[in-house]
Write a protein that binds this ligand. Sequence first.
Ligand code: ZN
Length: 294
Amino acid sequence: MSVRLINRAGRACLWLDTGFIDLEHGSQGRFPSDPMEAIGRWFEIAEWGAGLAPGAAEGPVIEEQLGPPVPRPSKVFAIGLNYRDHAAEAGLPIPEVPLVFTKFPNCLVGPRHAVELSSDYVDWEVELVVVIGRRGRAIRAKEAADYIAGYTVGQDISDRKAQFAGNPPQFSMGKSYDTFGPIGPAVVSQDAFADPNDLRLTCEVSGEMMQDSRTREMIFPVPELIEFLSRRCTLEAGDLIFTGTPAGVGSTRKPRRYLRPGDVIRSWIEGIGVLLNECVTDAGAPSGEPVTRK
Ligand code: ZN
């Protein structure tokens, strides 16, 4: 039986078919309430959670109350140009090695949080996000699944003006503004998927379908990414990998389309769930409009 871990108002909870159960209360104190500590004990918790009766739920899950399921990872890797069609639309060659940058953890927000637009050039990128479940280094691709807690949905929100300011470009700065990393709604264990390497993912902006692809189209699949990254950096429980976005981002559309205040970004991955993020004007944005937050 699969397990779904959520961050409900700062506390680690499991999402059952019938509602949520608080991890610390529901386990009579065996497990911690802190979401990061919970990720560190993922495999124990998954075993315990699989044995829970549906009637154990304490109440309904209200997605507006959910924070990022992994709020303070030690590392957030992100992969550029990992789908052939996206590399083609960007007019760039297929990479020969994974192109890695970081999204600093300050950018992470929950599945219903507002995205604060830093300029008039902010773009969407729906991505499968891998959540690491235990420490490891030099992990072989064929053993990678043993190190994965589960998957969640992510948005790699990108300010294209900031990203391409200067040469070489500054991916990390352009993609790490506060609120530029919505993730959630839950970390879903791998056994929830018939084939975790072939999931449909979509992104709609204000009702218009912009991206619609499958994770099997990745140039470097998840096990290869874990081998590549862990040969260089020790992976820790809770580390995140944004695995790249398929075709259909705004900056390569004709005409170009960027996010505007009031736009709602709906990001979905089969078997995981939905992110719904409304775009608002940031106080520091060049347009100088007043801040509007929900
Ligand atoms: Zn991306």
